[in-house]
Structure formats: structure tokens, C-alpha cells
Design a protein around this ligand. Structure first.
Ligand code: HDE
Length: 489
């Protein structure tokens, strides 16, 4: 482009624009002429600026940074190249989010927070798509659409409806642990910087000798964990719905880079057969006494996105983006997610969404995928587009093989073995000090109190009671309802 053109306003196809303030009309009073293609293009593109928002986690904020390994010992457990030695650094991108709200909703609502990390490793992108809670409400993917329907708007009133929320939770007792967690202080993080992150699921690590381990990830905030109180979070939601987004952006802009230490709990492969909890049930945690946290490295966020839509709205994380040395576990929620995320990306961003810069692997992609909407990478040029071939096309490599594992039993719709949804929820309740217990009870009474049917409230109170009689009693009293006796529960 010549020097003077550089300042010219142009159309999308580069033609200089003569007038950007006035439509072309037939005479001063005449109709607008259809040949004003700049006007047509500008209005037509404007109509197509919005893409489908994420069906969950629609409101979020993102940042770039790096991950640095701080423990040489980790390569004992995984052959993942980016974890191979202390001091190795990997660029990464993170997106924090709420779950239920739409893209314009408030940041400071009581809700789990998404904690989605994309590591741009030399062997492909590794995505760890977690939350700020180590557990989840349900443990089978098949229930997720129903669960999210209760978190969204009533189909008739288009209003959020506590009757749906608590009807579902009281009929799905596996939710009790996360319901307790959510109504405790962790449900109201003070900022995205003052909360921990978790992979939540159990994953599989495989080392260079093809020995396998089970792992759970913990990102521990170096800023500490701070929460808002009940009065504050609602006030902020009204005054500044983008409070967390603004806090993260300003902190990084001012050079106050937030950081997290990454730890893992490691379970020897065969322990899952005898461990007291189902190692693959995402509504349960592993005791840190049984499997202590081992430091892996440190994540620092040190660069804001240049453009929100390009980098945050178009970011595509998938739990199925594994790399050699890191694989799936049989966790039924994780298994469902392995399909759902890339399917959501194909819907929201198109078949070639991994060519969008924020999603592009720094290691490049070599495969025989061709064509499809928005193919912008040259589409493989004249190179061979099938395999096997005799023309030096990319071929499979042992490094990409999964670690084989035994399967047994019949294909069927199978439940988990244990229905104990009370011990860990009760342990969490008993871990809280008196003040947090009071805040928990107030939060639950406030939410559950809005439910119309006593039948739903009483059903839920019985779950609280089975977790801990004091828990159930205090909620019942707070609601002015019958306190169940031991034998009733
Ligand atoms: Fe998600 N989830 N999820 N989820 N999730 C999505 O993917 C889904 C679950 C989480 O910042 C969607 O790109 C299913 C658990 C985060 O871009 C969708 C199930 C955890 C984000 C989807 C779950 C999460 C999402 C929506 C039940 C924590 C935002 C658009 C098996 C461990 C990522 C999209 C970002 C986003 C599906 C449950 C975390 C629809 C089917 C459990 C952080 O694909």
C-alpha cells in the first residue's frame, strides 16, 4: 500500500471510501441507491457481528501468560514435554467465567467460576478446562442439559427460577457436596485473582516407561483466596456487572501480575480399585492426607488481550485437547465433555476454529483435513490430502498412541457404585468455622426460601440433615419448617 493510502478508510475488500458520513441518494431528496455498496456492506457486516454466545460460561474474561515448571520430579509421572524439566516455560491463555449468566450478565453472582487454561505446548495445545471448585453438581454428562436448564430461565416467565434449581438439586442428591461448596464463601470470589482453580476431574498421566497414574490438578492462588459477602456481591452486581473483568484487566495493565502455583495429587494406578471413594466420581474429592499435593509449577498472567472478541470470545477450550503423557480417565462427566466442547466450537466458530490465532497450536497442525468454512491457512496447498500415501505426507507416530487399558463388563446404562453423597458434604460443613457456617445457612435459607413448594424444601432439608443433623436443623429453622427427626431421614 502507498504511503497516502495507509491513512485511507477502505471497504472490506480494500477500496478507498469516498464518504463515510452520508449515504448515496438520487438527488438531495431521492431514495438511497443500491449501488452504495459501502453502505450495504457496513450495515450487513454490522448485522453479523455477534456469534452464538457460549451456552454456558457465556460471561468471561481472559489473559495471556506463561507457565514455568518448578519441580524436576514431575517427569517421573508424565512424559508430557512441557512438564519435562524445572525452568521450562510454556505460553498459555486463560479464560475465567461464570456459568449460568448470559454474556452481558454480572460477574459477581453466586456461581462456580470457569478456570479454563490453554497451554501452547510444543506438542500441541493442552487444555485444562476447570472451575474454581474441585467438584461438580452431577457426575454423568447425560444430566448436564437438564441441570443447565434449571440454572437458566423459566421457559414461560423467562425469569431465573429457584423452584427449578432446588427441584433438580433435591432430586439429584449427588449435587449436595457442590451445593454446599457453592453456598459457602468459595461461591462468591472477591475477584478472579483471589480464587483457586481445579481440573475437577481425575485425569491419567503416563510417563516415558508407560507407567500410568491418576491425577487431580489444583491451582492455588498466590493472591490468596478472598470472598465477597452476601450484601456486597449483590450491590456490586448492580453497580458494576463487569467488576471482575475490570479488576483482572487493570491489575495486569498496572503490572500487578496475578499468579497461581500448580499442584497435583497423584494416585498410583491400581489404588482406584480399593480407594474408599470412587476415584472417577467428580462429585467427590481425594483426601490430601491420602494423596498429598505435589508442586508442579507456576502460572503467571502478564498480558491482556489486544482485542476481546478475537482472543476471548473466540477462544475454544476443550478437555479433549490432550498431549502425549496426559489422557482421559473413565470419569463419565469427562467422557461426555470430550465430545461436547469441540462440537460447541464447531457450532459457534466453525469447522476450522483451530485456525483462529488464539486457538492455533504453536507447534503447527499437520493433517489431511481440508476445506470447510473459513479455511484461511492455504488449505494444504498442493500437498497430498490422503493417508497412507507415497508422497511424504505426515504419518502417525508412537508418541501419539494412548496408554492401553483394560475394560470389563457389559455395555449398559450404569450408575456409580456408591450413593454416599453425604459424608463429604458433611465433612465440608464441619470444616467450616462458626462464622462461615452461619453465612452458609443464611445463603441457603435465602435461596431455598424463595421456593414455593414445601415438598421441595423438605426434600432438600433431609439431604442437609443426612450430611450433618446440625446443617439440616439450622436450614429447617431458618425456613420456619418442621425439623426432621433422625428416624424420618
Ligand atoms: Fe463445561 N461446557 N460442560 N464444564 N465448561 C462449556 O463449551 C459441558 C463442566 C467449563 O472459557 C461449553 O465452549 C458438558 C464441568 C468451562 O470457553 C460446553 C458438561 C466443568 C467452560 C460445555 C460440562 C466445566 C465450559 C460451552 C457435563 C469443570 C468455559 C461453550 C459433562 C470441570 C470454557 C463451550 C471457556 C464451557 C459442556 C460440565 C467447565 C457447552 C457437556 C464439570 C470453564 O461445551
Amino acid at each position: 500500500m502507498s504511503e497516502d493510502n495507509r491513512k485511507n478508510l477502505t471497504t472490506g475488500s480494500g477500496q478507498p471510501v469516498g464518504d463515510n458520513q452520508h449515504s448515496v441518494t438520487a438527488g438531495s431528496r431521492g431514495p438511497t441507491v443500491i449501488q452504495d455498496v459501502h453502505l450495504l456492506e457496513k450495515l450487513a457486516h454490522f448485522n453479523r457481528e455477534r456469534i452464538p454466545e457460549r451456552v454456558v460460561h457465556a460471561k468471561g474474561a481472559g489473559a495471556h501468560g506463561y507457565f514455568e515448571v518448578t519441580n524436576d520430579e514431575i517427569s517421573k509421572y508424565t512424559k508430557a514435554d512441557f512438564l519435562s524439566e524445572s525452568g521450562k516455560t510454556t505460553p498459555m491463555f486463560i479464560r475465567f467465567s461464570t456459568v449460568a449468566g448470559e454474556a452481558g450478565s454480572a460477574d459477581t453472582v453466586r456461581d462456580p467460576r470457569g478456570f479454563a487454561v490453554k497451554f501452547y505446548t510444543e506438542e500441541g495445545n493442552y487444555d485444562l478446562v476447570g472451575n474454581n471448585t474441585p467438584i461438580f453438581f452431577i457426575r454423568d454428562a447425560i444430566k448436564f442439559p437438564d441441570f443447565i436448564h434449571t440454572q437458566k430461565r423459566d421457559p414461560r416467565t423467562h425469569l431465573k427460577d429457584p423452584n427449578m434449581v432446588w427441584d433438580f438439586w433435591s432430586l439429584s442428591p449427588e449435587s449436595l457436596h457442590q451445593v454446599t461448596y457453592l453456598h459457602g464463601d468459595r461461591g462468591l470470589p472477591a475477584t478472579f485473582r483471589h480464587m483457586n482453580g481445579y481440573g475437577s476431574h481425575t485425569f491419567k498421566w503416563v510417563n516415558e516407561d508407560n507407567e500410568a497414574f491418576w491425577v487431580k490438578y489444583h491451582f492455588v492462588s498466590e493472591q490468596g483466596v478472598k470472598s465477597l459477602d452476601d450484601a456486597t456481591f449483590n450491590k456490586i452486581a448492580g453497580e458494576n456487572p463487569d467488576y471482575h473483568t475490570e479488576d483482572l484487566f487493570n491489575a495486569i495493565e498496572e503490572g500487578d501480575f496475578p499468579a497461581w502455583k500448580l499442584y497435583v495429587q497423584i494416585m498410583p494406578y491400581d489404588d482406584y480399585k480399593t480407594y474408599k471413594w470412587d476415584a472417577f466420581d467428580v462429585t467427590k474429592t481425594w483426601s490430601k492426607e491420602d494423596y498429598p499435593r505435589i508442586e508442579v509449577g507456576r502460572m503467571v498472567l502478564n498480558k491482556n488481550p489486544e482485542n476481546y472478541f478475537a482472543e476471548v470470545e473466540q477462544a475454544a477450550f476443550s478437555p479433549g485437547h490432550f498431549i502425549p503423557g496426559i489422557e482421559a480417565s473413565p470419569d463419565k462427566m469427562l467422557q461426555g465433555r470430550l465430545f461436547a466442547y469441540s462440537d460447541a466450537h464447531r457450532y459457534r466458530l466453525g469447522a476450522n476454529h483451530e485456525q483462529i490465532p488464539v486457538n492455533r497450536p504453536v507447534s503447527g497442525a499437520n493433517n489431511y483435513q481440508r476445506d470447510g468454512f473459513m479455511r484461511t491457512d492455504g488449505n494444504g496447498g498442493g500437498s497430498v490430502n490422503y493417508e497412507p500415501n507415497s508422497f511424504d505426507g505426515p504419518t502417525e507416530t508412537d508418541r501419539g498412541r494412548i496408554d492401553p487399558f483394560e475394560v470389563e463388563g457389559q455395555a449398559d446404562s450404569v450408575n456409580y457404585d456408591s450413593e454416599d453423597h453425604y459424608t463429604q458434604a458433611g465433612d465440608l460443613y464441619r470444616l467450616m468455622d462458626d462464622d462461615e457456617k452461619s453465612r452458609l445457612i443464611d445463603a441457603i435459607v435465602g435461596d431455598l426460601g424463595a421456593v414455593k413448594k414445601d415438598e421441595i424444601k423438605l426434600r432438600q432439608i433431609k439431604h442437609f440433615y443426612k450430611a450433618d443433623p446440625d446443617y439440616g436443623r439450622r436450614v429447617a429453622e431458618g425456613l420456619g419448617l418442621h425439623v426432621p427427626e433422625e428416624q424420618e431421614v
